[in-house]
Design a protein around this ligand. Structure first.
Ligand code: CU
Length: 195
């Protein structure tokens, strides 16, 4: 029964996404039947997901990242703690929801369902769906930011972030080096789950 519903939801969310491209925000409203179906199958009628970040590679980095489906993309809310004051860190959604490795490498490469080159989220042009801009820590070593990710969804589908992982890197992303951005090791990791 649950499996049947899930299959239906994938079809329905594809229709909802197609309808979204050139229209208003009604596709995400509770009154739109396709998205209501997708939400009920993803658990709790939710269009939200979150990841709790835990330290990797011997750091004290931690945090929480929330994902909220909006009409123009997914609104991402970030709070990362335990960084060096003023430091800059690569930050991406990675393809595997597996943070078990002490160095975070179990999360695999960047989430890239479209087979695009790595780049900057706000740089224009094609880039990995999981590319996000660098985090910059404040004087207390915290990074707090909110932005819209245009190329992903919370609802089930090829571009859904649910079941993927968020990674904070040791170094800044140069937005150029393929396919990693040369952002160094992984200092925090969290699996994204529907909430
Ligand atoms: Cu990364």
């Amino acid at each position: 029964m649950k499996r049947v519903l899930f299959g239906l939801a994938i079809g329905a969310s594809a229709i909802a996404m197609a309808g979204c491209a050139g229209s208003d925000k009604s596709a995400t409203a509770a009154t739109a039947a396709p998205s209501a179906m997708a939400a009920s199958a993803s658990g709790g009628g939710s269009t939200k997901a979150a990841a709790t970040l835990a330290a990797k590679s011997g750091t004290n980095t931690a945090g929480r990242v929330t994902f909220d489906q909006q009409s123009g993309g997914v609104l991402v809310g970030v709070l990362v703690t335990g960084l060096a004051p003023g430091s800059v860190h690569g930050f991406h959604v990675h393809e595997k929801g597996d943070c078990s490795a002490p160095d975070g490498m179990s999360a695999g490469g960047h989430f890239n369902p479209g087979g695009k080159p790595h780049g900057q989220m706000t740089g224009g042009g094609d880039h990995h769906a999981g590319d996000m801009n660098n985090l910059t820590a404040d004087a207390s070593g915290n990074a707090r930011v909110q932005f819209l990710m245009p190329a992903v969804t919370v609802a089930p589908g090829a571009n859904s972030v649910v079941g993927k992982a968020v990674i904070v890197h040791k170094d800044p992303d140069d937005y150029r080096t393929q396919p990693t951005g040369n952002a160094g090791g992984r200092i925090a990791c969290g699996v994204i789950a529907a909430s």
